[in-house]
Unconditional design. Structure first.
Ligand SMILES: O=C(CO)[C@@H](O)[C@H](O)COP(=O)(O)O
Length: 224
């Protein structure tokens, strides 16, 4: 099977017991912690910042932390998140005045770098910065909230980005975020994604391991 990564979005975790809940989901078989940073400016919701990322590291979380910045401006938070233990930092091109500089800043701070595309954001910028990308994240919902429905048009966009990545010959993860569930993950993988953010699908269930196993068994059905 392809090397697929499952990244639970802790937006849907139990904030009152965050360390415990994140440890539980990683022990249940998740690969990456997806850490949604919202500023009530770029998106209409407010979550957490570098202090909470550091608190998870101090608690003993060693899994990669995938920081998705839904903030504007972006740059001042990058050193803070790198210091706090982020592994991957992604941001929205609309939120940075200088996308190339922001990507370079992430890499200078020792993290993997990625761009995030909203459902209506065009993809043309990728060709200008592909040499600096470790991750491309396609939003399959409008950012700001968990529990929304997957926007079907994302499947076509995933196919386009998969073709761009394959043609580049570069090792770039194609991540998808929003409305990913057991019953659509295979279709999303078949369109080209290899990293799956899932919040409500995992954290709303009593048995995280069962959901993650069901997702992996759906992924095992995808033709290579
Ligand atoms: O970034 C976001 C929303 O802005 C996501 O990470 C959601 O948190 C995913 O939640 P589900 O759609 O899986 O419930």
């Amino acid at each position: 099977m392809k090397d697929y990564l499952i990244a639970p979005s802790i937006l849907s975790a139990d904030f009152a017991r965050l360390g415990e809940d994140v440890e539980r989901v990683i022990s249940a078989g998740a690969d990456v912690v997806h850490f949604d940073v919202m500023d009530n400016h770029y998106v209409p919701n407010l979550t957490f910042g570098p202090m909470v990322c550091k608190a998870l590291r101090d608690y003993g979380i060693t899994a990669p932390i995938d920081v998705h910045l839904m903030v504007k401006p972006v740059d001042s938070l990058i050193p803070e998140f790198a210091k706090a233990g982020a592994s991957i930092i992604t941001f929205h091109p609309e939120a940075s005045e200088h996308v190339d500089r922001t990507l370079a800043l992430i890499k200078e701070h020792g993290c993997q770098a990625g761009l995030v595309f909203n459902p209506a954001t065009p993809l043309h910028i990728i060709e200008h910065v592909i040499d600096k990308l470790d991750v491309i994240l396609l939003m399959s919902v409008n950012p700001g909230f968990g529990g929304q429905s997957f926007i079907p048009h994302t499947l076509e966009k995933l196919k386009q980005v998969r073709a761009i990545i394959d043609a580049s010959g570069r090792d770039i993860r194609l991540e998808v975020d929003g409305g990913v569930k057991v019953d659509n993950i295979a279709e999303v993988a078949a369109a080209g994604a290899d990293m799956f953010v899932a919040g409500s699908a995992i954290f709303s269930q009593p048995d995280y391991q069962l959901v993650i196993e069901q997702m992996r068994s759906e992924l095992a059905k995808v033709a290579q």
